[in-house]
Design a protein around this ligand. Structure first.
Ligand code: GAR
Length: 201
């Protein structure tokens, strides 16, 4: 369970925040077993290699979705991954993928779900004119940005904000939220009833 698999498609700042938390002892006993990207040019993959982590590119382009999912699942199993963290992984997991790791896949999303699922959530929130947005770490289920919520962090939208300043402040909270959520899940001291995750006393 404490062997993490990270899936990413881009910059990888959430991956770096998780790796920094592990290195600093903030996620006791955890290690990153493998980092996988569907894009060869993802900066996060280069960062993972610089940090001495096992980093794989499994290209998705031009490949049937089911075939790509099979390859990624095989790599995760080969590395004995117990918990999967989607960190800017811009692909929808198939139901089959999700079923391979029940309650073992987390995602981070840059809005207070269920508001603004999908792409460019920060821009959606800014354009809608909400006064508070934030981020959500949730279990992945078979629907987009949908599973039971583990941690949320609110971020006020300031009059002086634009999409970029808002996204940057949300990102700071994402980095804090992901470590908290991983600790909740690895701690195991919770129950999920319907959509509600509650810590046991
Ligand atoms: C993050 O803001 C993450 O919440 C978002 O992509 C960004 C990845 O940044 N994910 C989604 O929108 C998923 N629906 P990063 O590569 O620097 O971690």
């Amino acid at each position: 369970m404490k062997s993490l698999g990270i899936l990413l498609s881009g910059r990888g700042s959430n991956f770096v925040a998780i790796a920094d938390s592990i290195d600093a002892g903030r996620i006791p006993g955890a290690r990153i077993a493998v980092v996988i990207s569907n894009k060869a040019d993802a900066p996060g993959i280069a960062t993972a290699r610089q940090r001495g982590l096992t980093a794989l590119v499994i290209p998705s382009k031009g490949k049937p979705h089911a075939e790509h999912d099979r390859e990624v699942v095989a790599a995760l199993k080969q590395h004995n991954v117990g918990l999967i963290c989607l960190a800017g992984y811009m692909r929808l997991l198939s139901p089959w993928f999700v079923q391979q790791f029940p309650h073992r896949i987390l995602n981070i999303h840059p809005s207070l779900l269920p508001a603004f699922p999908g792409l460019e959530a920060q821009e959606q929130a800014f354009a809608y004119g909400v006064k508070v947005s934030g981020c959500t770490v949730h279990f992945v289920d078979e629907e987009l940005d949908h599973g039971a919520i583990i941690v949320q962090k609110p971020v006020p939208v300031l009059d002086s904000d634009d999409e970029h300043t808002l996204a940057a402040r949300i990102l700071e909270q994402e980095h804090i939220a992901y470590t908290e959520a991983i600790n909740v899940v690895l701690g195991g001291n919770f129950a999920v009833a319907g959509r509600r995750l509650q810590k046991k006393k």
